[in-house]
Each structure stands twice: as C-alpha cells, then as structure tokens.
Design a protein around this ligand. Structure first.
Ligand code: PMP
Length: 306
C-alpha cells in the first residue's frame, strides 16, 4: 500500500490526499494517452533534502507529452516549483515523486481536441523498489516471453502510460514464475531493458548498456554513464544478446525506483560469482555518495528543496 501523505498538487493547487479524485470518463483511463515521471528525493548527509536530477525529469515529462501531442498547461519552472511545494506540504525529505499528466473528461473516442489536460503530483515514502536484500545481494532476473515495443508501435522515448501494459505483463509473468524482475528483448531479439529499468552488463572491465533505440532514456542510465566516464571506466552503448548476459561478469539494473540493483542470476544462470561484482559495487557506492551530497563534482544534480 502506498503510504498516504497529506497533500497532492492537482491542476495548480494543493488538495487533500483523499480529494484528488477523477471522473470515470477521464479520457486517459480508457485509452492510456498520458505521461508520467518517477523521481526521487533524498536526505543529504548534511540534513538537507534534495531532488535528484529534477531538471532532467521535468524535461523528460515535457518530451513525453510532446511525443503524444499533449500540451502541458504549465511551464517547466511551474512544475518544478510545484514538486518542491508538494514535498514541503507533505513534510517529506526523502521518497518518491510521481507527476502525471492526463486527459480529463469531455469527448470520447480517439480523436479528441478539447478535453482538459490535467496535471497531478503525488509524493510518498518508497524504499528499495526491488527490496533491501536485492540491493545488497543482487536479484534473480528472467527474460520475459513478452518483447519490448517495436519503436514504431509505441513511443519508447516517452514515459507514456499505455506503454506500461507491456511492462506489467512481463513483470507479472516472471514474478509468478518465482523471479524478481523481467528482462525484455527488443523485437529483433536483442536485450532491451527491464520492466522499469535500463540494464548494464560488465565484461572484461567494460561497461555496456543497450543503445536508446527501443528503450526509455533513463536518467539513472545517463548518471551511470557519466560516473563511469569520470572514473575512466570504458563504457559502450551497443546491443547485446541474451547469451551475452549469461557470460557477463556482472549485470545491474538502473532506474529511479530500482536505483542501482545488482543481478545475481539471469535465466537460472549464475552471473559471475553469483553476487554483486566489483564494478557494480563501485558504481553503486559512487551513486549513493552523489545522492547523499558527498561528491562536490555532482552537486549540480541535486535540486535542494527549500
Ligand atoms: N526503462 C523503463 C521502461 C522505465 O520505466 C524506467 C523508469 N523510469 C527506466 C527505464 C529507468 O529510467 P530512470 O532511470 O529515468 O528512472
């Protein structure tokens, strides 16, 4: 259960959590055309509260909306300020932030022009998405029988609500089979991403992730690439196959919710030594130092909540 906070920002003002309701004929509820974000806020070591890479998340929200022809009736700065305001109202110094943009009631059918574009921002406490244990020891992943979207079937550069039916089906399938997370292949059979994460493999000291062809441009993915470059760790963005995962030394998922989660097993094959490897641990440690405000080089990724 999501832990209730006090307020939700809805169409420009803060309302009580229980009053943030929508009509059943809200267009997005029927057709899935809407966009959202997943953002995290952390308490830094000096006791402040900081939203991680807020600018990039707000930019992606606007990009996602643009892709599906939705015009957000607020400016980027207004959305950024609204996120701060919601965190302050909820007295929440760390946790998850969920902005959502959707079409309200009005016309029905596929070609609607005048339905109101509605915007809400909720925040709630959320620990390690794939479990504390998974974060430390690594999780068990399985390739799903569901492929990721063809790039000309769904718009994967956008965090579009309807796209997530595919993720939910993949996740359900593998969790039912006893695994923690799904790996989805692209329509050509190459590894694409997790149900809600990008994926990295490590082999012979080289960090590799899938190119952005059919995956969401993850902000955590970008953070890992940037961190690796600062450490002079070679990184390549190139497609890989499922059996390249089987012979990888290390694998990890990246995402706002999942942060940096090691994979200790994929399709019942042990990854490396069957526990988080040195590169994963190094990247994880650097990432957690940054979000805690311990690395001055990356201070610009932290948007302090005032
Ligand atoms: N891929 C998918 C399908 C996702 O839902 C997410 C989570 N937003 C990601 C990748 C990772 O993106 P980010 O690091 O920006 O959270």
């Amino acid at each position: 259960m999501v832990q209730k906070a006090k307020k939700i920002w809805f169409d420009g003002k803060l309302v009580n959590w229980d009053d943030a309701q929508v009509h059943v004929l809200s267009h997005t509820l029927h057709y899935g055309v809407g966009v959202f974000e997943g953002i995290r806020c952390y308490k830094t070591e000096d006791g402040q509260s900081a939203v991680f890479r807020l600018k990039e998340h707000v930019d992606r929200l606007f990009d996602s909306a643009h892709i599906v022809l939705i015009e957000i009736p607020f400016t980027r700065e207004e959305i950024r300020a609204a996120i701060h305001k919601t965190l302050v109202a909820n007295e929440q110094s760390e946790g998850y932030i969920r902005p959502i943009v959707f079409l309200g009631e009005g016309e029905m059918g596929l070609h609607v022009r005048n339905n109101p574009v509605r915007v809400a921002i909720a925040t709630w406490p959320w620990g390690a998405y794939l479990g504390e244990d998974g974060m430390k020891k690594g999780i068990r992943a399985k390739v799903s029988s569901f492929n990721r979207h063809h790039p000309n079937a769904a718009m994967s550069k956008g965090k579009v609500i309807g796209n997530y039916v595919n993720s939910v089906l993949a996740k359900w399938e593998v969790v039912k089979a006893g695994y923690d997370e799904a790996v989805l292949l692209d329509p050509e059979g190459y590894v694409a991403e997790g149900s809600g994460e990008n994926i990295f493999i490590v082999r012979n000291g080289i960090l590799q992730t899938t190119p952005l062809t059919s995956v969401l441009p993850g902000i955590t993915r970008d953070s890992v690439i940037t961190i690796a470059q600062k450490f002079d760790i070679p990184v390549k963005e190139a497609r890989f196959t499922r059996d390249e995962m089987y012979i990888a030394d290390e694998i990890f998922f990246t995402g706002t919710a999942a942060e940096i989660t090691p994979v200790r097993e994929v399709d019942d094959r042990k990854v490396g030594a069957g526990k988080p490897g040195p590169m994963t641990k190094r990247i994880q440690a650097a990432f957690f130092d940054i979000i805690l405000g311990k690395n001055a080089l990356f201070q610009h990724w932290l948007d302090l909540v005032k």
